[in-house]
Design a protein around this ligand. Structure first.
Ligand code: GLC
Length: 553
């Protein structure tokens, strides 16, 4: 049996870790205000421990007006009072560490919220002042400065510039926000910003935080030389490989992360980080270099259709990419920004998820059975790969996207900013069902901040605990087996039929996924686990099995 690599104090613990993403406001509410909170997370530590994960990553829990689900941060070194206190946070970290679970927090460096003290100071100060220089302010064009400084769009549409009213009551300068107007972009050419974020990293590392997830890591540095260049779309195709896009993936962004690495290395074991960088795959290794963040999210499988060929190539390519920076790859199928994978796989190929959500999930019809089988099979596949796996709260229950949230209940800025043409990401952020009945299905003792659907009881933790073969039980068993088997970070492809992905890990451990329609033969050995029932000893469609040649001790 291979060694368990997740030993306390091991500086490489992250390389093959299973990291569970918590969206704190939707995980567990301990004080009946409808919002999940930090004591709620602490109260579920036994659940997380039973799942067998190595770490949790908490999406933002900072004070925030929630203009973008907490990614609009008022104060980077505090807790939203609705979610708890710093003392609650310390208790949560202690409870996690006692359960051998590491803690990642989310750092949002591209922008603060418009309620951040520095942004308020900037509004009150004059153009050209040091207070304004912490953000990106520019005069408008046109005779009266009435035209935005450039044509740049925002992610949430329509424009990335908002004009302010100056202290004297007159319309004045414009500020940049690549996301919502409540999220003004910092000026990373200003050394004060560089120093302040190092203080924030140390603040959390000193409290025992083990790692950082870095939000939109590729956007911090911008080419602000006049005249500002035209950028009319944020599409990935417009990010070239030479770092020449004015807004994203510029080469000088890496200086920032080299500075951060020095901070991480002040600690023992060194703190770790993972970049959320939506850049062409070839550019990803730069963020993952050992003297920078160390790891970068690979979202390629998340975007891949259900196809053996696509999965095979994506896996091969990403293992190669990770090795370029001597990092390990990450595997992700769901997070708080995308339609849950059980739903994606239950819809026809090439469907437009935004349109599907706009039909309240009615057109085209979702094939629940296919969606869940494929989701389970895909997760079992990625769990067998070398590298770390990021799972998103609720996927261990097999949750589907909640597609029919009423317009009036939608919170995502995409909805209003996008002219009500895209519902956005609320459907994967609905509070978890813990119990089969009761107010908000055990999420809290009151209604939840986003409404839960009537089908939740069949996916509640309490229900799945009682069902053999439930998705929850499968996750627990799979993660347990994985930690027993995970050894060297190598993989050997096994030649197989075109609709099958079959590889072997050290110790004669096979993972086989059937992407086709016909059941296929399994290799000789012991079937340790399968994502669905076998058919006369064969592997049916939409199923993964793990087989050992020698059995597991
Ligand atoms: C990241 C987050 C997303 C947020 C955006 C702006 O992509 O994952 O939820 O809206 O950054 O902070």
């Amino acid at each position: 049996m291979a060694e368990n690599t997740f030993l306390a104090g091991d500086a490489n613990w992250w390389r093959q870790a299973v990291v569970y993403q918590i969206y704190p406001r939707s995980f567990k509410d301990s004080n009946a205000d409808g919002l999940g909170d930090i004591p709620g997370i602490t109260s579920k530590m036994a659940y997380l421990s039973h799942l067998g994960i190595d770490a949790v990553w908490l999406s933002p829990f900072y004070p925030s007006a929630l203009a973008d689900g907490g990614y609009d941060v008022d104060d980077y070194r505090n807790i939203d009072p609705r979610l708890g206190t710093l003392a609650d946070f310390d208790d949560m970290v202690d409870a996690a560490h006692s359960a051998d679970i590491r803690v990642f927090v989310d750092i949002v460096p591209n922008h603060s919220s418009n309620r951040h003290a520095w942004f308020k100071d900037a509004l009150a100060a004059a153009p050209g002042s040091p207070e304004r220089a912490r953000y990106i302010f520019r005069d408008g064009k046109g005779v009266m400065g009435e035209i935005p400084p450039s044509d740049w769009p925002s992610h949430f549409g329509p424009t990335a510039w908002t004009r302010i009213t100056e202290a004297d009551g007159e319309l004045g300068q414009w500020y940049l926000h690549l996301f919502a107007p409540e999220q003004p972009d910092f000026n990373w050419d200003n050394p004060e910003i560089i120093e302040d974020f190092k203080t924030t990293l140390r603040f959390w590392a000193d409290r025992g935080v083990d790692g950082f997830r870095v939000d939109v890591a590729h956007a911090l540095k911008k080419d602000m030389s006049e005249p500002l260049p035209s950028v009319t779309s944020f599409a990935m195709e417009n990010i070239p490989l030479d770092g020449s896009n004015p807004l994203f993936d510029r080469d000088d962004v890496h200086e920032i992360y080299r500075g951060w690495r020095k901070v991480f290395n002040e600690y023992d074991p060194p703190r770790v980080a993972v970049a959320e960088a939506w850049v062409p795959a070839e550019r990803r290794p730069q963020y993952a270099r050992a003297d920078e963040l160390g790891q970068a999210f690979n979202f390629d499988l998340l975007g891949a259709p259900w196809s053996a060929k696509k999965f095979h190539h994506t896996i091969e390519f990403n293992i190669h990419l990770a090795s370029k920076s001597k990092s390990s790859s990450t595997w992700v199928l769901s997070n708080h920004d995308v339609v849950r994978h059980a739903t994606r796989y239950g819809l026809p190929k090439k469907v437009d998820f935004d349109k599907w959500l706009m039909s309240d999930g009615k057109v085209p019809e979702l094939d629940l059975q296919q969606g869940l089988s494929r989701a389970r099979a895909a997760t079992m596949l990625i769990m067998a790969l070398p590298g770390s796996t990021y799972i998103y709260q609720g996927e261990e229950l097999g949750l589907f996207e909640v597609a029919n949230i009423h317009d009036a209940d939608l919170q995502d800025p995409m909805w209003l900013r996008g002219g009500k043409t895209r519902k956005g990401r609320d459907g994967c952020r609905v509070p978890l069902p813990w119990t089969k009945a009761g107010s908000s299905f055990g999420f809290g003792e009151g209604p939840s901040h986003l409404p839960q659907p009537a089908w939740f009881p069949a996916y509640a933790v309490e229900f799945e605990e009682s069902q053999s073969g439930s998705t929850l039980k499968m996750y627990r068993e799979m993660i347990h087996l994985r930690t027993q088997l995970q050894g060297a970070e190598t993989l050997e492809w096994v030649h197989s039929r075109s609709k099958v992905v079959h590889f072997m890990r050290p110790g004669g451990w096979h993972s086989i996924t059937n992407f086709g329609k016909k059941a296929v033969k399994l290799p000789a050995g012991n079937v340790m686990i399968s994502s669905g029932p076998l058919l006369d000893g064969k592997l049916p469609a939409n199923t993964t099995a793990w087989v050992t040649e020698h059995g597991v001790e």
